[in-house]
Ligand binder design. Structure first.
Ligand code: PLP
Ligand code: ZN
Length: 421
């Protein structure tokens, strides 16, 4: 690979695959690739622009069983498999017979991203952010996080041998804190909510040289990792888009990128064009996008989060307005449920499909149920629900709900006397 100058940085040619620059989502202004995330003209969010090659299904299918099978559609070099990373993705898509029967949905699938290396979909975005941070010669790999991202950044940094510093709200669940601290000695708990942590991270990114905040100054590269969720769903359905998809919303990045992935697959001729409906899921205690959707307004009013779904507790979502656009344009909706319904959603998925999801998944499954009950979701259409994280990270949310074990003496009589069977 030869060397090229771009945005004052020395970049290897081909280091970003088929990416050609950064384009503003609002005004379309393009700038060269670099560690930038806001449009210099209008401060709108920057996204990766590409000149995609012609690519076939067979070429993708011949790739590795992880997100790098889609490397031609990501801002990463063609030899990305050679650099140490967590190799996330290609998680299972399970037919949810029992949950479908319970909810009256004929054809339901669960895309289970809790089986990624650090047990959430965040390993996907971090893999792309790590590749960009490496190209920008970053000294520190960092993030503000509601928990899962911190886990993924800390683990990926450890494996790549890069220093990590992760910032979280101080009141996060203990398992998520331990899951970061095991990989890095620089876990910083901030007295405040996620939006305070995010503000601090932006300030540090502006002051310190050589820090790659995965979801701040390398956000355009990071966000592309979420597209792989959409690619996989289509490929695992036999190169077909689902009719309906339900996705949890915090910043809204994941939902917008799954939609982007579907659109790219159509443009590349890898799937047939068809209508599909996108639904967003939030917990009522932090539901600024759902509130705006229901009010029929375009502006999202920031809120102070108060919910057990802490991974979704972003009161001022960066991509909220785009979530609104996508859900409206595709004929979907944004819905929210109470914390009790979130807990019930976790138990419902566990008892029907044997999948233990965290509060974000409880929110998604609970919202799916509410969408059926309120007639917003068409139960005759093929539907995919995404489980984004593992239940062992938010054990406290359901510990009391499921109760203690029935404790008996080790005798057959005691077993019979327990009345359990
Ligand atoms: C488990 C889980 N699901 C969903 C989300 C929402 O992601 P996004 O911020 O892309 O909307 C998060 C965000 O942290 C998460 O941790
Ligand atoms: Zn702009």
């Amino acid at each position: 690979m030869s060397i090229v100058e771009s945005a004052g940085q020395v970049l290897r040619e081909g280091a970003f695959g088929h990416a050609t620059g950064l384009a503003c989502r609002e005004c379309g202004h393009e700038i060269p690739l670099g560690p930038n995330y806001a449009c210099p003209e209008c401060f709108g969010p920057l996204e990766i622009a590409y000149d995609f090659p012609a690519i076939t299904r067979e070429e993708i299918e011949a790739g590795p069983a992880n997100i790098w099978r889609y490397k031609a559609l990501l801002p990463v070099p063609s030899d990305i498999e050679q650099s140490p990373n967590m190799e996330p993705g290609y998680t299972r898509l399970l037919k949810a017979h029992n949950l479908g029967r319970e909810l009256g949905i004929d054809n339901l699938w669960v895309k289970d991203d809790s089986t990624n290396p650090t047990n959430s979909f965040k390993d996907r975005v971090v893999a792309c952010a790590l590749s960009a941070a490496t190209e920008f010669h970053s000294k520190v790999f960092a993030c503000p996080s509601t928990g899962n991202l911190a886990n993924a950044v800390a683990a990926a940094g450890a494996r790549a041998g890069i220093k990590t510093v992760v910032f979280i709200p101080a009141n996060l669940e203990t398992p998520k804190k331990v899951n970061s601290a095991i990989f890095t000695d620089s876990l910083i708990a901030v007295n405040g909510n996620y939006d305070d942590v995010n503000k601090l991270a932006s300030e540090i990114a502006g002051e310190e040289d050589g820090w790659a905040f995965v979801n701040v100054n390398v956000r355009p590269y990071y966000a592309e990792g979420s597209k792989t969720l959409g690619y996989e769903i289509a490929e695992q359905l036999g190169w077909r888009l689902p009719d309906q998809i339900v996705i949890p919303v915090a910043s809204g990045s994941q939902l917008t990128k799954v939609h982007k992935a579907f659109q790219e697959l159509i443009k590349l001729g890898l799937v047939e064009e068809k209508p599909y409906r996108v639904f967003g899921a939030q917990a009522t205690g932090c539901s600024p996008v759902s509130v705006a959707y229901k009010a029929g307004v375009d502006a999202i009013r920031p809120v102070k989060p108060d919910t057990i779904a802490k991974s979704l507790a972003i009161g001022n979502p960066a991509d909220g307005i785009y979530v609104l656009d996508i859900c409206r344009e595709t004929g979907g909706a944004v819905e929210d449920i109470t914390d009790d319904e979130v807990r019930a959603g976790i138990v419902l998925l566990a008892r029907t499909e044997g999948i233990f999801t965290e509060t974000a998944g409880g929110t998604t499954v609970g919202v799916l149920k509410k969408l059926v009950e309120t007639g917003q979701l068409d139960t005759s259409l093929e539907t995919v629900v995404i489980n984004t994280g593992h239940g062992l990270k938010t054990l406290d949310a359901v510990t009391e709900l499921v109760g203690a074990a029935a404790t008996i003496d080790p005798s057959y009589d005691a077993f019979r006397a327990s009345g359990l069977v």
